[in-house]
Write a protein that binds this ligand. Structure first.
Ligand code: SF4
Ligand code: SF4
Length: 71
């Protein structure tokens, strides 16, 4: 199984939460605090569990998620 790590540009996240619903590993959450846009942002709670499927990056309307993929 591939391994990955989501890198989220939290300042550009608009807080739509679409990525949270898309993650098959259920490792994305909305933050308790706010970015400079005044909205909660997406964050990963368990990088080790990411399988680099890229569903989150693909569904993000603003393309603010990049997936680092390991072998
Ligand atoms: S790449 Fe897949 S497993 Fe990793 S955070 Fe995104 S949706 Fe979840
Ligand atoms: S889909 Fe993109 S804009 Fe929406 S919460 Fe996730 S990272 Fe933020």
């Amino acid at each position: 199984m591939p391994r990955g790590k989501p890198e989220i540009d939290t300042e550009k996240c608009k807080g739509c939460a679409l990525c949270i619903q898309s993650c098959p590993k259920d490792i994305l959450r909305m933050s308790d605090d706010f970015n400079k846009q005044g909205v909660p942002y997406a964050t990963c709670i368990d990088d080790d569990a990411c399988i680099a499927c890229k569903f989150c990056a693909i569904i993000c309307p603003d393309m603010v998620i990049k997936i680092l993929q390991y072998a």
